[in-house]
Design a protein around this ligand. Sequence first.
Ligand code: SAM
Length: 220
Amino acid sequence: EVDPAWTAVEAYVAPLVAEGADAVAVRTAAADAGLPDIAVSSAQGRLLELLARAVGARRVLEIGTLGGYSTWWLAQAVPADGSVMTLEVSDAHATVARTSLAAAGLQDRVDVVVGPALESLDRLVAAHVAPFDLVFVDADKQQLAAYLDRAVTLSRPGTLLVVDNVVRGGAVVDADHPDDRVQGVRTFLERAAADGRVDGTVVQTVGEKGYDGFALLLVR
Ligand code: SAM
């Protein structure tokens, strides 16, 4: 559940986050299309933008597009000749995202790839595409460990991996938790901790989206 203090602070810092009309339009279009309310918050979107700019990202990979809200934050953070490839299993979600991102004038920077992300990732690995500078993972948590593996393969030293929803209201500490998303996160975190290719941490977050957190991993 959401503590009113968390949303009050989120509203208080809104001027700093400065969610503009284009981002509002992307968010609103997703809601109007009946998509679930599971996009990142504006504060988290802004964090993605700042991380992308901080690492000088030109090539961004996203797993889990939904209506393109986080995609919008990432796409306007890369230079005009940069790119965001975003993987989405739902044709309906991808259509909403494409329409919104085109309306925001970002269609030339964004490639929405429809299909199960693992298959898309394996195709990218097989094609030996150029490494990505930042990878944002925000799809089915059951497959996080597999996504980690592919994401590192598609990276270079210094690539930043950002993985959303790894705290799950604190449920992540429960080894016997019945939710397979919690188990997916646990497997991912154990795998990441043992993976000599990355250095990582988890930042716990509270806000309008409740109590959760990001894993941040830097590829060695
Ligand atoms: N990143 C989005 C944002 O913040 O605006 C939210 C993404 S939403 C939490 C998760 C998305 O992942 C959904 O649109 C869902 O359809 C998609 N998804 C779920 N399983 C998937 C899979 N196996 N491959 C690709 N996308 C998947």
